[in-house]
Design a protein around this ligand. Structure first.
Ligand SMILES: *Cc1c(COP(=O)(O)O)cnc(C)c1O
Length: 463
């Protein structure tokens, strides 16, 4: 894969001074500080054909990330965490590229099934799986159910018994690791709604329950320390801590677990200042820590599962917006409004995560008199069109080219947790997702219309 063609005129950067190229899909063509093409297609034509806002997913980047993961973890398994972007077409690609799929709800499970993912290659998560979801998973023959609580153990035992099946189970362990990420996406610390705490002995107790169970078979352990994690040490510590747990189980029960799932969470460039580790560095660090810890305990190295979501699909996505109202406030700031906002990107409002922005498409000719122009390099606050002051997408961003009303503006690195977390706030339909590659665009999810919303709402008026 060749790196993206980037020509940021005059070396202008996007904001905090980070490396924009790390946030661009591999097929991106940037000229004069403007994103001009993706997947061999002109972005202005994409915007006209599919309307804005529009999520564009670059096929070469997405498939490239999947392959890179498979190669880096060739001795283990890569599980795509579908919650990052759970669309049928994306799961079809994951399946075709040899990834397993992680689901956390009945809806994700049904989508994986529709995408043709073999049930044995599905991993089921969730801190509150319903009896119906567990029933559907057992009926389908889902390969691994990651049990999260004692309540669930009781529910699952009953469901497995009713089906007359023995179900393979991984134990979700909360390893007590602080991954230095936002508290809403940190999951490894003791005070968590997820999993069985290791330090208090709950994980050991849960393992004993599964081992004694008639219908559950303990085949592995799982932990997930958090999301958007940049320090490899969080993962290598998890590997060592989890191996210690496996050693204690071997000692106490004579049971040697063959599978260890260390979750997802590898960070990617979302904020312009982000500097994530490479996939190869991640794989080498985790693999090395695991092998060393296993050897230290005299255990065979368990089969390693990793479960990335964001770092598979995030870098493949770009959101195209059209810039509307531009409001320079003397001595304060310049607001640039786009035609979407927190309904398609709630991440700044939720976590303060600002994605890099680039002007996109061809520059307009001289704007009409009185139409404001934002010169390249001016700090801007990019906001959406929702009726809320918190509807902010970026603050203090500097654009790499001039921007005029009605031109396109692209948010980079928006493949993960954007469509998945989108809402209909202010009655905006969720935008379309298109997959681009080799000069072709295919719709992964069509844009939602107000008619779609109204169709779910019977009138109270009698006819
Ligand atoms: C969210 C999640 C993942 C994926 O996290 P990313 O940060 O998207 O890689 C993996 N495993 C579990 C259990 C999760 O909850």
């Amino acid at each position: 894969m060749s790196p993206p063609r980037v020509d940021l005129l005059g070396g202008a950067s996007s904001g905090a001074g980070g490396d924009l190229a790390g946030a661009l899909p591999v097929t991106a063509v940037v000229e004069g500080g403007r994103l001009r093409a993706l997947g061999g297609l002109d972005v202005e034509e994409l915007a006209e054909r599919f309307a804005t806002p529009l999520w564009v997913l670059d096929r070469a980047t997405l498939v490239g990330r999947m392959r890179a993961y498979r190669e880096a973890f060739a001795d283990g398994e890569v599980v795509y965490a579908s919650k990052a972007l759970c669309l049928r077409g994306v799961l079809e690609l994951a399946e075709a590229e040899g990834l397993l799929v992680d689901c956390a709800t009945g809806g994700e499970l049904t989508t994986a099934e529709a995408a043709g993912v073999a049930p044995a290659r599905i991993v089921l998560h969730g801190n509150n799986k319903s009896a119906a979801e567990l029933d559907a998973a057992v009926a389908l023959g889902v390969g691994r159910i990651v049990v999260d609580s004692f309540s669930e153990l009781r529910r699952l035992e009953a469901v497995a018994a009713a089906h007359g099946r023995t179900v393979d189970v991984h134990l979700r362990v909360t390893p007590g690791i602080d991954a230095h990420t936002h508290e809403f996406v940190a999951t490894g610390q003791d005070d968590s709604k997820f999993g069985f705490t290791l330090s208090s002995g709950l994980a050991h107790e849960a393992a004993a329950v599964v081992i004694a169970s008639e219908h559950l078979r303990l085949t592995g352990a799982h932990c997930h320390v958090g999301s958007q994690v940049f320090e490899l040490e969080a993962f290598t510590t998890a590997a060592r801590v989890m191996l210690g747990f496996l050693a204690e189980l071997a000692e106490a029960h004579g049971v040697v677990l063959g599978e260890l799932n260390l979750g997802g969470g590898l960070g990617v460039v979302e904020d312009p200042a982000d500097d994530p580790p490479s996939l190869e560095g991640y794989a080498a660090a985790v693999g090395g820590a695991l092998a060393a810890a296993a050897a230290g305990y005299g255990l065979p190295t368990p089969r390693l599962f990793v479960e990335p979501g964001r770092s598979v699909v995030g870098p493949a996505g770009v959101t195209l917006y059209r810039a509307g109202t531009i409001k320079p406030l003397d001595g304060l700031r310049t607001y640039v409004s786009v035609d979407g906002g927190m309904s398609d990107n709630p991440r700044y409002a939720l976590y303060g995560a600002a994605h890099p922005f680039l002007p996109a498409g061809a520059p307009s000719r001289e704007p009409a008199a009185g139409i404001p122009r934002v010169p390249a390099g001016t700090p801007v606050t990019i906001v959406g069109k929702h009726c809320e002051s918190g509807d902010v997408l970026a603050e203090g961003a500097t654009l790499a080219a001039d921007l005029v009303e009605d031109e396109l503006l692209a948010a980079l690195g928006t493949g993960a947790y954007h469509h998945a977390m989108a809402s209909n706030y202010n009655r905006l339909g969720r935008p379309a997702v298109v997959l681009v590659g080799d000069g072709e665009a295919v719709v992964l999810s069509r844009a939602e219309t107000v008619a779609d919303l109204l169709a779910r709402e019977p009138s109270l008026r009698r006819h």
